[in-house]
Design a protein. Sequence first.
Length: 97
Amino acid sequence: MPTYIILGQFTDQGIRNVKDSPKRAEAMRAMAKKTGVTVKDVYWTLGQYDIVTVVDAPDDTAVTAMLLSKGSLGNVRTHCLRAFNAEEMGKVLGKME
């Protein structure tokens, strides 16, 4: 199943209610399940991004649906990266000409 790394930044609303962030993360796990996405890890971080989430999803459609649902709540803006493990990257490189 494809892995995605989601980088999140709090919106003004999200930072005003930052104390609720752990509860929102749990709600995201439940929301993700409904779209077939499995949340592997959530990290609160220092620097440009406030939250990093690692998920497995069956496809781009599922992860996009989850992110749109989460984003519509107004607490976080996200950037999503498709991640490849060593085995997957080997397959990608094997298709190069």
